[in-house]
Each structure stands twice: as structure tokens, then as C-alpha cells.
Unconditional design. Structure first.
Length: 263
């Protein structure tokens, strides 16, 4: 069953570039929910998809359309006509694949109650939008899913949009060429300070950065005074340590910020 709940989620009034005109980006909520049972048992295993997304309204114009299309592509892997349709298509595809893939396996295991928990699936996405750095919108989505067993996977996806055009901003839009050389040591220092660990060896001993070096993720939030880099669970540390957010003030990285980036 699908529903569509419309109300103003956020009203983002942003000054775009050097223009004297304000660009208003507003958001509403769209939802798609679907549950399917794997069998006709009294208490059957099931799969539930629950999607609740911030969608730029029609009043946001072409910029809003571009934002919605980017969100649909990156979060839902769909390019249907509109975020609502993309959410519904995702729910249909996910539950259909669940039935097709797991029903034959469950038919082999249904007499063993100890295995039933492996067939309970869920997939949840919730998102919101907020004012970011000057002329930008932060779009933040939380995804949570379980596909068999008791292990639940959670991660965050962030997209930063230019309010005037709807264009998604990447690190190449924020920093000068070759910024990684200067930014990586700053991120490493921030990680040490956040964890209270003094050296790279100490980080390794606690499970951080094993078999890898610090890197600059494309998952970041452009704030008014700082940029927050997000490492999801299992990216630079074991899943048990959760997500890691490193916030760096713009004043600490002024030399590697692009001249076109305003904050």
C-alpha cells in the first residue's frame, strides 16, 4: 500500500551567488510503504519497505526537479518520472526480488523454526533537507536494512546542492586542485583528537584505518562555518565502532578552498 503525505518539510531561503534575487527551495514529504509475506503460515516471514523522503516541491522550479532526479538516482537507483514514482518502483522491485529469491529457499527450511529469522527482511530510508553553506542545501538520508539474521546495516548518504541550479556539489567544487595532499593530514589529526588516540599505530590497535590510509570521502555536509566529513560504519573502522564524523572549520582549510566556494 502506498501513501503520499504532503506538507512543508523545510523552507530554504538562500541567497544564490552574487544575484540580488533570492531562490526559494521548499520541500514536502513523499512516502512509499509495502509489505509482502513469504508464505501463508500463521506467522510468516515478511519483507517491509518503508521510504520517507524529502522532495523539492514544484514551486522550487527546475532546480527542484534536478535535486529530485539526483536523489532518485543515488538513493533508489531509479530515474522514473518523479521521486514518488521512483520510491514506489523501488519498493516493488525490492519486495518482488525478495519473493523470487527467498521463497524457494524458505520452502526448504520452513519446517525448521530456528531458520525462520533469516527470512525477515526490512529496508528503511528516511531523509530531510536543511540549509547548508551560502547558497546550498544539504540533503541527508539515513538508510537502515536487514537482509537475513540479526545483523542490521545502517548508513548515511549526504548530497549537497546548489540552490540556484540544483547541481550537486562535490569536493572538486569546494576545494582547489590537489587538495587531498593538504586535507588528509588535517583529517587524520581530527580523527586522533576525536578518538583520543595519539598516533596512527594507536589507531590501528583500536581497529581504525587497518590496511588503509585516511582518505577524503565524498560524503560530507557543507555547513555555514565548517564541513563535516562522514565515514559510515565499516569504512575506516569496524562496524561495531559505528559512523565517524570529522568536522573541520573553514578557517582551518582556507588555503585549499576554491575561490568560487562561498560560505
Amino acid at each position: 500500500m502506498y501513501s503520499r503525505l504532503i506538507y512543508t518539510l523545510a523552507s530554504v531561503l538562500l541567497l544564490c551567488g552574487c544575484s540580488t534575487h533570492n531562490k526559494s527551495i521548499t520541500f514536502e514529504t513523499v512516502t512509499a510503504t509495502k509489505t509482502v509475506a513469504l508464505s501463508n503460515d500463521q506467522v510468516p516471514p515478511s519483507c517491509t519497505v518503508n521510504i520517507r523522503l524529502a522532495q523539492a516541491t514544484a514551486e522550487s522550479g527546475r532546480a527542484g526537479e534536478i535535486i529530485n532526479a539526483t536523489v532518485a538516482s543515488q538513493l533508489l537507483k531509479h530515474t522514473d518520472n518523479g521521486l514518488q514514482q521512483a520510491a514506489e518502483a523501488f519498493a516493488d522491485d525490492y519486495t518482488s526480488n525478495y519473493l523470487k529469491t527467498l521463497l524457494p529457499l524458505y520452502n526448504q527450511d520452513r519446517r525448521d523454526p530456528r531458520k525462520h529469522a533469516w527470512y525477515h527482511y526490512h529496508y528503511i530510508i528516511n531523509s530531510h533537507a536543511q540549509v547548508g553553506a551560502k547558497g546550498t542545501v544539504n540533503y541527508i538520508a539515513e538508510t537502515n536494512y536487514r537482509e537475513g539474521g540479526n545483523h542490521v546495516v545502517s548508513y548515511q548518504t549526504v548530497m549537497n546542492f546548489e540552490a540556484a541550479t540544483g547541481r550537486q556539489l562535490t569536493t572538486k567544487d569546494v576545494f582547489v586542485d590537489g587538495f587531498e595532499t593538504g586535507l588528509k593530514p588535517i583529517l587524520l589529526k581530527a580523527l586522533c583528537e576525536k578518538t583520543g588516540l595519539g598516533t596512527v599505530r594507536d589507531l590501528h590497535d583500536k581497529g581504525y584505518l587497518r590496511g588503509m590510509n585516511i582518505y577524503v570521502p565524498e560524503n560530507f555536509i557543507l555547513g555555514s562555518d565548517a564541513i563535516t566529513f562522514i565515514y559510515n560504519p565499516d569504512e575506516i573502522a569496524p562496524y561495531s565502532l559505528g559512523s565517524i564524523e570529522l568536522t573541520i572549520a573553514y578557517t582551518a582549510i582556507e588555503k585549499i578552498l576554491a575561490s568560487t566556494f562561498e560560505h
